[in-house]
Design a protein around this ligand. Structure first.
Ligand code: GLV
Ligand code: MG
Length: 313
């Protein structure tokens, strides 16, 4: 794993086609916590090789601030993967944080990438270790998600790819990642929960993929709220307008942040002062060690997003 980015927020993970120099130029200024420069499905086959140099130029010449910076290479079942990895990692500066591997089907695919990265790091004398992000977007990948999440200590995130997943499972849909009103419930609920458990059990950040109706911001807000409530860390954006909505959905509200902050303080006082109780009333609820753990998550996510306790109450 990359020490710099392991715990950095990834509320918004912005997809940028690696063949499009205009979009590459705009990507650092959009307010996304993570940007990935894509060599895979948003790049036409005839542009794949030329895109490698464009991506490297963007990494080396643009100011990325503290954005988590990633390149998505092509999947192992294509002819492009090893050259994507060797070209990008050999030519990109240490500012490159991670490589994203799409359509991961087995732990072996992650191990193969880890081995290749280890060789390149040794050969080039890179001092910072490259992290790995893995996409689950096939039926086989979902079946193997638990061993995939445990396959390498370079792994930082596990990501759901709804468009490819719908294609892999032959769902009768034509748009990826959106609600299907005719289905009573959420057609991806099982998938969301399974990926979340595998990711959390291995200490990874867990990320939801794209919402392809890019003009439907209300629909995006509604759909993003589902994975946010389940406990996901963030979601992909495909358009600058989506960045604002997703950052908002994945950041605790000020009320939630203040409440969690106060709960931690009340629990600290209860457990360390006076008659040192482990369970105590906080407002109209009973809190204990489990409440502390829940509150910690809100506070750490809020702090990662730059929030502070509001003054005065
Ligand atoms: C993302 O890669 C997806 O297939 O949804
Ligand atoms: Mg995909």
């Amino acid at each position: 794993m990359s020490e710099r980015t392991r715990n950095l927020p990834r509320r918004t993970c912005h997809a940028t086609p690696g063949s499009n120099e205009k979009m590459l130029g705009k990507a650092p200024g959009l307010g996304a916590d993570q940007v990935f420069l894509d060599l895979e499905d948003s790049v036409a086959p005839l542009e794949k090789e030329a895109a490698r140099a464009k991506v490297v130029r963007a990494i080396n010449e643009q100011d990325w601030g503290d954005t988590v910076l990633c390149v998505r290479v092509n999947a192992w079942d294509t002819e492009w993967t090893y050259r994507d990895v060797t070209y990008v990692v050999e030519h990109a500066s240490e500012r490159l944080d991670e490589i994203m591997l799409p359509k991961v089907q087995s732990a072996a695919e992650v191990v193969a990438l880890d081995l290749l990265l280890t060789q390149i790091e040794k050969a080039t004398g890179r001092t910072s270790r490259i992290g790995i992000e893995a996409q689950i977007e096939t039926a086989q990948g979902l079946i193997n998600v638990e061993e995939i999440c445990a396959a390498s200590d370079r792994l930082e995130t596990i990501i759901f790819g709804p468009a490819d997943f719908a294609a892999s499972t032959e769902m009768p849909v034509l748009t990826g990642g959106v609600q299907i009103p005719e289905y009573p419930g959420d057609h991806f609920h099982y998938v969301f929960a399974k990926i979340l458990m595998a990711g959390r059990a291995n200490g990874l950040q867990v990320i939801d993929g794209p919402y392809l109706k890019i003009r439907d911001l209300d629909g995006l807000r509604d759909y993003a709220m589902r994975t946010r409530i389940l406990g996901y860390d963030g979601k992909w954006s495909l358009h600058p307008d989506q960045v604002t909505v997703i950052n908002e959905v994945y950041t605790p509200t000020q009320d939630q942040f203040d409440h969690a902050f106060d709960l931690l303080e009340a629990y600290r006082v209860a457990t360390t002062e006076g008659d040192r109780r482990g369970a105590v009333m906080f407002g109209d609820e009973m809190i204990d060690e489990a409440s502390r753990k829940m509150a910690l998550k809100f506070v750490s996510r809020g702090e990662r997003a730059g929030m502070t306790r509001s003054a005065g109450d």
